[in-house]
Design a protein around this ligand. Structure first.
Ligand SMILES: Nc1nc2c(ncn2[C@@H]2O[C@H](COP(=O)(O)OP(=O)(O)OP(=O)(O)O)[C@@H](O)[C@H]2O)c(=O)[nH]1
Ligand SMILES: [Mg+2]
Length: 204
């Protein structure tokens, strides 16, 4: 198992030449602003405010590389979709995020989608990009605590069977994990996914 107590913010990167290139697997946390990426870092690591979170979107503007147990990085990406208004064709993904995703450093992506909201236009662009580039990824369905039992089930089933997450669009059926930073739902499952990245033979 990973020792999540042993976590350090190794690098706050505002430029591409600051991305760590030490061979450790890098797991990129991608999703729109305010979806709960930084909160998930805190929940997984059992810390209150290790990664900075905010109710005002656009909190994370740099790429923050959290090194876990000297074995992998969780990379907290800036959220996208913040400045976008409908009909606005401005670039939504930051140039730095695009440089990172194209850098060849990414081992896997965790794509965050709000369980209540479902995939946004920008989320769909990201899913299409992940599929086209054959990047291994899973979907984290966030803020599950905000829904009642019926809506939870309906929304989860709709998301997990979203066409872009299934063949032939995706190489294989994409795993979808229900998560709440508030209740801790999904924490154990995601920690075991992380352990699997660094020691595939380790018993779950
Ligand atoms: N109810 C509920 N609120 C959450 C959950 N996760 C995050 N939030 C709240 O959503 C807001 C945004 O959370 P962040 O973790 O900062 O979101 P982010 O994806 O890192 O946002 P950016 O840094 O702007 O990309 C905060 O007010 C959090 O408290 C959750 O599981 N349940
Ligand atoms: Mg953030």
């Amino acid at each position: 198992m990973l020792n999540t107590q042993n976590a350090v913010l190794k690098m706050t990167a505002g430029r591409a030449d600051q991305f760590p290139r030490d061979g450790l697997p890098q797991i990129a946390l991608s999703g729109r602003s305010n979806v709960g990426k930084s909160s998930l870092v805190n929940t997984l690591l059992g810390r209150k405010s290790f990664a900075r979170t905010s109710s005002s979107p656009g909190k994370t503007v740099t790429l923050n590389f959290y090194e876990i147990d000297r074995r992998l990085y969780l990379v907290d990406l800036p959220g996208y979709g913040y400045a976008r208004r409908s009909g606005d064709r401005r670039r939504s993904f930051s140039a730095l995020t695009e440089a990172y995703l194209g850098s060849g450093l990414v081992f896997a992506v965790w794509q965050f989608i709000d369980l209540k909201v479902g995939p946004t236009e920008d989320d769909i662009l990201m899913l299409e990009w992940l599929n086209a580039n054959a990047v291994p990824y899973l979907v984290v369905a966030t803020k599950s605590d905000k829904l009642g039992a019926t809506a939870r089930r309906i929304n989860f089933e709709a998301l997990a069977s979203y066409p872009l997450l299934l063949p032939p669009y995706a190489a294989e059926t994409v795993r979808t994990v229900m998560f709440s930073a508030q209740t801790g739902e999904g924490r154990d499952e995601l920690l075991s996914v992380l352990s699997g990245y660094v020691s595939p033979s380790e018993a779950p």
